[in-house]
Design a binder for this molecule. Sequence first.
Ligand code: TTP
Ligand code: MG
Length: 385
Amino acid sequence: MARCIFHIDLDAFFVSVERVLTPELEGKPVIVGGDPERRGVVASASYEARPFGIYAGMPLSRARCLCPQAIFIQASFPRYVEASSKFMKILADFSPHIEPLGIDEAYLDVTGCEQAYGSYRQLALAMKGRIYKELRLTASVGIAACKVVAKISSDLCKPDGLLEIAPGEERNFLNPLPVAKLPGVGRRMEQQLKQMGITTIGKLASLPLGVVKGQLGTIGVVIHNYANGMDNRRVEAPGETRSISQQITFARDTSKQPLLEAHLHGLCEEVSMELRRRDKQAKCVTLKLRYADFRTITRQVILREASNINQDIFAAARCLLGNALARGEKPIRLIGIKVSKLVGREKQLHMFDPERDRMERLDRAIDKIREKYGQTSIKRGRRVA
Ligand code: TTP
Ligand code: MG
């Protein structure tokens, strides 16, 4: 089933909160940032101020030059934090799968939540309606089958917008847009792409992957996928994934080490693949064994370096298994593996270790084949007899 992802972002958030408290600010160019006489930058500009060329991050002194009639307000963070928490609570009423991104934006996975509303569009309208009714704030919502397209569409329909990109329409939607609209394409990459003659997302999407990779490296692969409307990142609550585990119960209890290792290898591949899919690495590997008499033990080890490489996870698990079997216990009815102490994937570690980088890339290449053709389409070395 196609996923349905919302990206929702409040419009001119700081300014809008100020307007709730001071309705006279409505319809006027308003800038929240601080005292323009002192050093400081624009945090939020009302949509009436934007045609003057004012944007977030601009020095306040420059903003005053461009739009002297603007009303400048000093930021009051506790107000914004309070509004933000109310906003997130409203979102949580519409889906349990919510990933706050910043103070005023979030992704929601609303797959299957539309039934009570008739359509995803109606669901989004209901959400916008509640936000306005309860907080007097307007929000813009992008609806798509993946995060990157949802985010770009919410950005394009601001303010107070709603833009739904139907599955299959991603390329048509993205093609004419400038490459800078893609998350991850900053000023430098935009320049690099320009030098390659690439200014639109469509042009980037139609370049051969090898060319993009050759010019931009690994990040190029991600950007190229985005340009093609491909993004399988999940909507993930912060700290949601604490561990990933897999286990298998045998039809017949066994003490045969090669058989146990072969199953363990398969389980390790599965948890490592899940780690890579979530762009996580694990520091801790735990082996679980249940004996024929149902006695269950767990043994764990902390890795020297967090990893999501099959070989690392399996090496640790195999060592734990070897130690456990050396004690010559009863036959085993269940074997399981858990990876925990998860951290974000820290690429820079691998940069100094080309071999591990190569191994991870190989694992990811196999993941892709499996995603396309199924888990059993390709196997490495060790087989379950
Ligand atoms: P944004 O959502 O980027 O901006 P916005 O809500 O003001 O306007 P838009 O309608 O385009 O979404 O950021 C949310 C708030 O975060 C913004 O109101 C103020 C704060 N902020 C800063 O303090 N500094 C910054 O550079 C940016 C971009 C935002
Ligand atoms: Mg905003």
